[in-house]
Every structure is written in structure tokens, then in C-alpha cells.
Ligand binder design. Structure first.
Ligand SMILES: *Cc1c(COP(=O)(O)O)cnc(C)c1O
Length: 413
């Protein structure tokens, strides 16, 4: 096989149909940002939008903006935009609260659809907050439910007529492995199990087809691949057929059938709006919409294709140029089974990631030994992949990572 050169990568960039999107992001020269799977980069237009909301809508128009600027409808307006990226219909998605809070809400709603059963199945190695939230709810329900953790190869065997809800994250946060949503949903539903999909590392990374898979409920965040900004609100999908039946328990006024009737008693809204609870972070929603609008101008199939090429190139270059340095591929080698990230295990992973960051290549580290690199096709170029591996190669060759300063840990890794 002929070796790939930086010139080859430049050529790929010239032929990239998504190339022009990069200019729409704020990214420092020389920076290779491979952490968009944790916090997406900032669309330049987000700063203008934030300024407009602060200075005009809040600063001048004040409370009038709930109507005049459409603040009140933003959760559903943004939800309809996300719906287009995840295979849902208008009115099936709402943007609200955080992923963890939304999991609490949809789990309760899902359990209410299957009241005669008492087992919840999850993947134990999932991103822990999902486990913690489910454990919290199980405990509050007085141990009426039993939580069963399985691993990937045990999912199908765990499906039985005792299981009420199966709750899975489609793309594993460490390995980037993609679960077969279609097959798993079908197998679970054949046993009348309600399925919750966490799309945190799916939405914006590749085409998701919730309705094509007959999905029941889903959640996901907007600050990763969707570039919504730090702490931007998450989303909930509830299939139309469950509207009015699967009800979430945080029954605040924004989920009421008539919020401005100020009735004494709660009456659930009939559609997706019941998934809301209370007043939403308007600044965050406004900024998140900028990222979503960019996605609506891009072609999700082109995004997936480029993502697969970027991640494959990264694997090939790391294994080719740093083959003797002890990196072990954790992500699936098959691009179809891989999300938009690549992970390698390395015993000195933490220090190597710190040395990379100092060299302008931002990835992240997940304990105990996982080096994680996210590839966002809207702003990562093929030359960025080349430069990242070139700097990694230099760090390993020179032993730079061994310096003491790369071994100190911050609060957030
Ligand atoms: C990123 C992520 C979250 C984030 O949850 P927050 O409530 O936003 O802190 C939850 N679950 C998974 C699987 C994630 O990847």
C-alpha cells in the first residue's frame, strides 16, 4: 500500500463537498479540535445571535419577547429541526432540560406503558450518568423495579417477558461502537418491551432513523455533534403513538394542556409538549438553534461519508506511523459499526493526551486508559487528521509526554 502524504489529504479537502462549512466556525489557526464529541465548536453566527438575544430581545423588548421573538415556542421549534436529523416527524421532538433529567422523565413515562413488568435492562459500561439516573429512579420507586446491567453481547439474551424497559445508548462513549437500532428495537418489541435510545453521540454524527426503526422514546444532547454550546438543552423524542399515554412525572406548567389558564390542577398537554416542565434557558436555546440551522443546510449522508473517511484515515495513519508505540484500537475497525470517534487504549494515555493538547491537538481521556478523538465532518479537514497524527508521532518519538507537566490532572478530563 502506498503511503498517504499530507498532499493526498489536501487533495481530499479540495474535493470535499462539506469544505465550506469550516469557515462558519470559530477555530484558531493551527488548532486541531478533535473533541467535538464532547463540546462542539462555536459557529461564528452563534455570537451574533447571542448578542441579538441579549441586547435586543432581552435588553429592549423584555417580556414582550416571549411572544414577539417566539421564546415560548423555541423548545418545539428546535425540536422540529432536530426531528429532521433523527428520522422523526414534526411534533415528536422537543428541546428541553438536560439529557440526565430527560432520561428520568422518559424512563418514568416508558415504565408507565408497561405496568405489569418490573425489570429495566441497561448496558453497564454506558456513560455513567444514565446508570445513576436510572438507579435513582428505581430507588425512589421503593425498589418496585429491578435494574439489570448487561454488556453488548448479552443484550438479546436479556430480553424476556419480565422486562419492562430496555434503555441503551446507541454509540458507546468510549469505544464509539454503534448498536443496531433496527434489530434491537424489533427484538425488544417482539417481547413487548419499550425501548429508550440515548442518542448523545448519534445526533449530528450520522443519520438516525427513529421512525424507520419504530422507536418508542429517545433522548440526546445538543452540545456535542450539534454544536449547541456549553450546557445547551437536550431533546426528547416520543413517538406519536405514545402521545397522551406515556406521561413524564415532572408535571410543571409548561407541560400543562393550558399553561396560561392557570388552573389549580395539572392536566397533561396531549402532544410532545407534555415532556416540558418549566421555563427554559432562552439564551442557550437561541444559540443552539444556530448550530441546528447549519445542519439543515448540510447533507447528513455526506456527513456520514466524510466521518467514516476521516476516522478510517486516522486509524490508518496512527497504526502506520505510530505502530510501535503501544496504541491499541478500541473502536470497531468496520466504519459502519463506528460512530464519529476513534479511541485507542494506551497505558500512558493521560499524559499523551495532555502533550497532544499542548501541541494544539485537542482530544480527551477517559479513565482508565482511553484516548478519545472525535471527528466533526463540518469542521475537521483531512489535513487536520494528518497534522494530528504527525504531532502524535513526534510526541512519541521524542518522549515529550514523559515530562512531569503532562501528568497533572485537572478537575475535568
Ligand atoms: C454526554 C452524555 C450525557 C450528558 O448528560 P448531561 O445530563 O448533559 O450531563 C448523558 N448520557 C450520555 C450517554 C452522554 O454521552
Amino acid at each position: 500500500m502506498t503511503e498517504i502524504t499530507r498532499q493526498d489529504c489536501e487533495l481530499m479537502d479540495r474535493e470535499d463537498p462539506l469544505a465550506s462549512f469550516r469557515n462558519e466556525f470559530e477555530l484558531a489557526d493551527g488548532l486541531v479540535y478533535l473533541d467535538g464529541n464532547s463540546l462542539g465548536a462555536m459557529p461564528k453566527a452563534a455570537a451574533e445571535r447571542a448578542s441579538e438575544v441579549v441586547h435586543q430581545e432581552w435588553g429592549k423588548d423584555l417580556i414582550e419577547s416571549w411572544n414577539k421573538a417566539g421564546w415560548f415556542q423555541m423548545p418545539e421549534v428546535l425540536g422540529d429541526k432536530i426531528a429532521q436529523l433523527i428520522g422523526a416527524e414534526p411534533g415528536e421532538v422537543v428541546v428541553t432540560d438536560s439529557t440526565g433529567i430527560n432520561l428520568y422523565k422518559v424512563l418514568y413515562a416508558a415504565l408507565s406503558l408497561n405496568r405489569s413488568r418490573d425489570v429495566i435492562v441497561m448496558e453497564g459500561s454506558n456513560f455513567p450518568t444514565d446508570n445513576y439516573v436510572v438507579q435513582g429512579l428505581v430507588e425512589q420507586m421503593g425498589d418496585q423495579y429491578q435494574l439489570k446491567f448487561v454488556e453488548e453481547d448479552e443484550i438479546f439474551d436479556a430480553l424476556s417477558d419480565e422486562v419492562a424497559v430496555l434503555c441503551l445508548t446507541q454509540v458507546h462513549y468510549k469505544s464509539g461502537r454503534v448498536l443496531d437500532m433496527q434489530a434491537i428495537t424489533a427484538a425488544a418489541q417482539a417481547q413487548s418491551i419499550v425501548v429508550i435510545w440515548d442518542l448523545c453521540h448519534s445526533a449530528g454524527a450520522f443519520e438516525v432513523d427513529l421512525n424507520g426503526c419504530n422507536a418508542d422514546l429517545a433522548i440526546g444532547c445538543t452540545y456535542k455533534y450539534l454544536n449547541g454550546g456549553p450546557g445547551s438543552p437536550a431533546f426528547i423524542f416520543l413517538a406519536q403513538r405514545h402521545h397522551g399515554k406515556a406521561l413524564q412525572p415532572l408535571t410543571g406548567w409548561w407541560g400543562h394542556a393550558a399553561p396560561f389558564a392557570f388552573e389549580r390542577d395539572y392536566r397533561p398537554a396531549e402532544g410532545i409538549l407534555q415532556m416540558r416542565s418549566g421555563t427554559q434557558p432562552i439564551l442557550s436555546l437561541a444559540v443552539a438553534e444556530v448550530g441546528l440551522d447549519m445542519f439543515l443546510r448540510a447533507d447528513m449522508r455526506q456527513i456520514r461519508e466524510k466521518s467514516q473517511r476521516l476516522t478510517s484515515l486516522f486509524i490508518q495513519l496512527v497504526e502506520g506511523r505510530c505502530g510501535e508505540d503501544g496504541f491499541e484500537l478500541v473502536s470497531p475497525r468496520d466504519a459502519e459499526a463506528r460512530g464519529s470517534q476513534v479511541s485507542f487504549d494506551h497505558e500512558n494515555g493521560y499524559a499523551i493526551v495532555q502533550a497532544l493538547i499542548a501541541a494544539g491537538v485537542v482530544g480527551d481521556f477517559r479513565a482508565p486508559s482511553n484516548m478519545r478523538f472525535g471527528f466533526t465532518p463540518l469542521y475537521i479537514r483531512y489535513v487536520d487528521v494528518w497534522d494530528a497524527v504527525d504531532r502524535l508521532h513526534e510526541i512519541m518519538r521524542s518522549g515529550l509526554w514523559q515530562e512531569q507537566r503532562f501528568h497533572q490532572r485537572g478537575a475535568v478530563t
